[in-house]
Design a protein around this ligand. Structure first.
Ligand code: NAP
Length: 483
């Protein structure tokens, strides 16, 4: 099978915060990969902008270094790298001042699609939106891409939405969540809505429960200051896990278009029951012999911010009433592994008798480190010896069947940036979705103050024991955290 590269119109991608970590680690390497794939047509350009005084040759060197450090195998393609760098320039620009704005206005190609990637802190979004408008760059060929965090509560998210809405139409705003750009997340929708097999079973009659795990093995690293003001609930649950949750639980949209999909996701959030305190467990990682504890790492010995959260959510609608969703995320856990597991109910009666043991179908959508969709099915163990049943994985990503071109599939940032250029908002969050997610999360976070502080857990574990109890008390168990 040969992967297809869909051409896009020439575009300008302006990275405001072009010298920052995100630009260097993700955005620039992603653009280079799309360039190598032939998707950055003649007349396209990349403009880096930030306050640091630098000329274009120095910025090109920085871009080249970033690609060397963070790029994939294509970084060895020196001929393409040279051509790519020729499309890159730099403008010294202050989001809060006047420096650089006129030059930016003169540098962008007015006939191109112009995507302004706000790769800066959210405190600058309003300043940027205002100046893009003032300097005549907010017309309908212009799009803005905004990174997380989109607010830290409902009030701040509303404020951000209002600030952006002053100068941009919702159709121009791309709130990015890179989890939605993963190949497997889209494949999940293809599996659900492209096959007759799954959708009839996708409800509380057949699904016992659903688990979503986003586990990281690293701690807060150098982000301690930021993280301690945020915590796992704000940093991961409110956005990434909620987005995955919506996709797995939503009704089939009438069409695969942005608003049809986003309308259905919004309905899921609105149907969520408020979370009872007994349905949430928070934790903080402890020190090891070689690694500091959470509190030490964030420099706050009294911190009550959680580096782990597990919760049980219920959706009150016809499809899901009675099927719990267990969500957990945390740092310094056993492994870096993210997955969604749809655990189907037991067969109503085992014709093979009690000796055959308990067998359940589990559909696992693996998101990282490797992507894939696996259906656990029960079969007879081959060979003599009677009717012994075993569970085997049916790999539904068919990596081998699809061939080595798989490796060339775009990563999440590549896909999402190209979607911005094409004007496809399906995989981006709409303003009302973000607000609804905060509206559900806010009371949960507000109640933390009245609850016990987060429970300690060992580095390399699956979180506090109480998180295991959260699911055990329902007669269920978390899946092992395994890459
Ligand atoms: P960073 O390394 O601190 O970079 C910030 C960038 O903004 C720098 O290029 C900085 O350059 C520029 N900047 C700051 N103030 C400016 C101003 N007044 N005018 C123009 N440019 C200004 O931060 P980052 O890690 O790249 O993160 C950027 C955004 O993405 C943040 O909102 C972050 O939460 C979000 N995010 C980051 C990651 C990640 O992996 N890094 C992941 C998800 C989301 P100068 O100092 O030269 O101006």
């Amino acid at each position: 099978m040969v992967s297809r590269t869909i051409p896009v119109d020439p575009f300008d991608l302006i990275i405001i915060g072009g010298t920052g970590d995100l630009a260097r680690r993700k955005i620039l390497p992603a653009l280079f990969r799309r360039f190598v794939a032939g998707q950055m047509g003649k007349g396209s350009q990349v403009i880096g902008a930030a306050r640091t005084e630098m000329d274009t040759p120095a910025y090109r060197q920085m871009v080249s270094d970033a690609i060397a450090e963070f790029g994939g195998p294509e970084k060895k393609d020196k001929a393409n790298l040279k051509k790519f760098l020729a499309t890159v320039c730099y403008i010294t620009l202050d989001a809060r001042g006047t420096a650089g704005w006129e030059e930016l206005g003169e540098t962008v190609h007015s006939e191109n699609i112009r995507a302004f990637y706000f790769s800066v802190g959210p405190g600058l979004f309003g300043d940027l939106a205002k100046r893009l408008h003032k300097y005549g760059m907010s017309d309908d060929r212009c799009r803005i891409v905004v990174e997380k965090p989109f607010g830290h509560d409902l009030a701040s998210a509303r404020e951000l939405n209002a600030v952006l809405a002053k100068h941009f139409d919702e159709s121009q705003i791309y709130r990015i969540d890179h989890y939605l750009g993963k190949e497997t997340v889209q494949n999940l929708m293809a599996v659900r809505f492209g096959n007759m097999l799954f959708e009839p079973l996708w409800n509380s009659q057949y699904v016992d429960h659903i688990q979503i795990t986003v586990s990281e093995s690293v701690g807060v690293g150098g982000r301690g200051g930021y993280y301690d003001k945020s915590g796992a609930m704000r940093d991961m649950m409110q956005n990434h896990l909620m987005q995955l949750f919506c996709l797995i639980a939503m009704e089939p949209p009438a069409k695969f278009d942005p608003d049809s999909v986003r309308d259905e996701k919004l309905k899921v959030i609105r149907a969520l029951d408020p979370l009872a305190p007994e349905n949430i467990v928070r934790g903080q990682y402890e020190a090891t012999e070689t690694k500091p504890s959470y509190r030490k790492q964030v420099g706050n010995r009294d911190s009550t911010t959680e580096s782990f959260v597990a919760l049980k959510a219920n959706i009150s609608n016809w499809r899901w009433a009675g099927t719990p969703f267990y969500l957990r995320t945390g740092k310094r856990l056993r492994e870096r592994a993210s997955e969604i597991a749809v655990v189907f109910k037991d067969a109503p009666h085992s014709i093979f008798g009690e000796d055959a043991g308990r067998h359940r179908n589990i559909l696992t959508i693996k998101l990282q480190p490797n992507e894939g969709i696996v259906l656990g099915v029960t079969i007879k163990e081959p060979g003599p010896g009677g009717m012994r049943l075993i569970d085997v994985p049916l790999d539904m990503t068919f990596a081998e069947a699809l061939g080595p071109e798989q490796a060339g599939f775009p990563d999440a940032y590549e896909r999402l940036i190209m979607d911005v250029i094409r004007g496809n908002q399906t995989l981006f969050m709409r303003g009302d979705e973000v607000e609804a997610a905060w509206a559900w999360t806010d009371p949960i976070i507000a109640a933390f103050g009245e609850q016990d502080p987060p429970l300690p857990y060992a580095t390399g574990s699956s979180g506090p024991d109480e998180a295991l109890a959260l699911i055990h008390r329902d007669g269920r168990a978390w899946r092992e955290i395994k890459a």
